[in-house]
Each structure stands twice: as C-alpha cells, then as structure tokens.
Design a protein around this ligand. Structure first.
Ligand SMILES: NC(=O)C1=CN([C@@H]2O[C@H](COP(=O)(O)OP(=O)(O)OC[C@H]3O[C@@H](n4cnc5c(N)ncnc54)[C@H](OP(=O)(O)O)[C@@H]3O)[C@@H](O)[C@H]2O)C=CC1
Ligand SMILES: Nc1nc2c(c(=O)[nH]1)N=C([C@H](O)[C@@H](O)CO)CN2
Length: 237
C-alpha cells in the first residue's frame, strides 16, 4: 500500500513550496493547495506533487476544497496549515471585510479542514499522524500594523490546544511560530536591516529552518499541543 500523502495548504510558493519539495525528497507523497496558478507549480507537478486550487477567503471555498481533497485521497499522513494572507490593517470601509477574510483564511479554514478531514488522518496506516498550524511570533505580541492578522494567528494558536486535546492520541496537533524567515519582493535593504535587528540572531534564515522544525514534529511521537518558536530570539530584544 502506498504511503498516505501530506497536505500543505498554500504550498505553491516560498515556505510551503520549500517544505513540499523537501518532503518529496524525503519520500513522502505531497498534495498542495494553491490560489493562483504560477510557473513554479508546473515544476512541482513534474515531481509528482498533486496541486489543488483553493481560496479560503470564503466558507464555500473552504468546503469546496475539502470536497475535492476527499476526491483526491482517502487518507492523509499529515496536514500543514500554511496558507496565509499577511495583509496590513486597513482603516477604511474595508476594515471589517478584511478582518473577516483573515479570520476565514487563518482560523475557519484550519478549523473546518481539521474537523472534516480527521477521518482521512485516522485512515492513515502509519503509526503517527500530524496536524501542524503555521502561526506567527506576533500571535503573542500583537502587531501595530497587522493587528487583524496577528489576532487571527492567535486564534489559530489557540485552536492548536483545542485540537490537540480533541484528537489525542490518534493525531498530534502542534504549531510553528516563525518570525522573519524570508523577505518579500520589494523589501528594500533598509527594511531588511530593521527586520533583522528585531531578533537576537539578526538574520534572515530562509525556509530551511522551517523544514527542520516541521521534520522534528513529524518525527516525534510524544509531542502535541505545543507551539514551536522559530524566531531568532525575538523575545530577547
Ligand atoms: N515568511 C515569513 O517570514 C513568515 C511566515 N510566517 C507564516 O509562515 C507561513 C508561510 O509563509 P510564506 O511562505 O511567507 O507565506 P505566503 O505569504 O507566501 O503565503 C503562502 C500562501 O498562502 C496562499 N494564500 C494566501 N491567501 C489565500 C487564500 N485566501 N486562500 C488560499 N490560499 C491563500 C498563497 O497562495 P497564492 O500565492 O497561490 O495566492 C501563498 O502561496 C504563513 O502561514 C505565514 O503566516 C510567519 C512569520 C514569518
Ligand atoms: N503569509 C505571510 N505571513 C507573514 C509573512 C509573509 O511573507 N507571508 N512575513 C512576515 C514577516 O517576515 C515578519 O515576520 C517580519 O517582518 C510575517 N508573516
């Protein structure tokens, strides 16, 4: 029987893509969700990664994805909730709609996918099954410019505790809370220097440190209900 796949939501670029390709390197079948078609996805498909379109900004979009995921596989080894919208706060008429969108992407999608795909994880014949929530250092600190984003990530961090208790011992549920891992296009040198200075390590590590953290959680049979900080010592500054 072939191994059960690992699902990474928002896995078409950056951290999610890096982890998807490293998981394939390590012999896992992988499914990723993506929102926008991009050239990188063809390269991923050529490596056997299954790509499913998904927009989690509406409940209908979330439920549609779940239905298509269940048509794609009857079991899952793990689910990594990586999809995310790092939207700054808006102060106009869109503020409420923007807040609700971030709630749906960062909280409602993981909530409904966990509830409705629990059966796929429990159908996995391997001894360990995992759910990993990608949160953020600012979930505990807040953010002057991304308050709605930070609040929705704090909600996801709290869901880690509830689902860990709800799904034990069959499924382990943990979170990874990064700080600066990768810069974005358009981040200039001044931004980069200011962002690096926020942590004790003062660096932009790249996505490898996230895969190391994911690997640790996937390989450890005795860890559940935790949030693993991967933030260069932000709390020390
Ligand atoms: N990069 C960093 O330094 C940090 C990252 N993190 C967290 O780590 C995770 C990965 O970060 P990173 O790779 O930078 O993330 P990205 O900002 O690149 O977003 C990841 C993916 O989420 C998808 N996405 C965005 N909105 C939606 C939506 N409405 N429905 C479905 N998918 C959506 C995007 O798909 P598409 O491109 O197809 O639109 C994108 O590929 C995220 O959860 C992030 O919050 C936390 C702290 C620091
Ligand atoms: N979905 C995303 N979330 C976050 C991103 C990102 O690019 N996409 N980036 C950050 C920053 O690196 C921040 O940690 C430091 O400025 C946070 N979340």
């Amino acid at each position: 029987m072939s191994a059960a796949p690992i699902l990474i939501t928002g896995g078409g670029r950056r951290l999610g893509r890096h982890c998807a390709e490293r998981l394939v390197d390590d012999g896992h079948p992988v499914i990723v969700s993506y929102r926008r078609e991009r050239p990188e996805l063809e390269a991923m498909r050529s490596r056997g990664i299954v790509t499913l379109p998904a927009d989690f900004s509406s409940e209908a979009g979330i439920l549609d994805f779940i239905a298509r995921l269940k048509g794609e596989t009857k079991s899952l080894r793990a689910i990594v909730h990586n999809a995310s919208d790092w939207a700054p706060d808006s102060f106009g008429d869109d503020a409420g709609a923007d807040f609700e969108r971030l709630f749906r992407v960062h909280m409602l999608a993981p909530y409904l996918i966990n509830l409705q795909c629990r059966e796929l994880l429990e159908a996995c014949g391997e001894p360990q099954r995992d759910i990993v929530h990608m949160t953020d250092y600012v979930a505990r600190k807040g953010s002057k410019r991304h308050a709605a984003y930070a609040a929705s990530k704090a909600g996801l961090e709290n869901l880690t505790l509830s689902f860990a208790a709800m799904f034990a011992p069959e499924i382990q549920v943990n979170a990874i809370a990064p700080a600066l891992i990768m810069l974005n296009q358009g981040d200039d040198a001044h931004y980069a220097e200011r962002a690096k200075a926020k942590s004790a390590m003062g660096m932009v590590p790249g996505p490898g440190v996230i895969y190391q953290s994911l690997r640790y959680l996937l390989d450890n049979r005795y860890v559940t209900g935790i949030t693993l900080p991967v933030d260069g010592g932000r709390h020390l500054r």
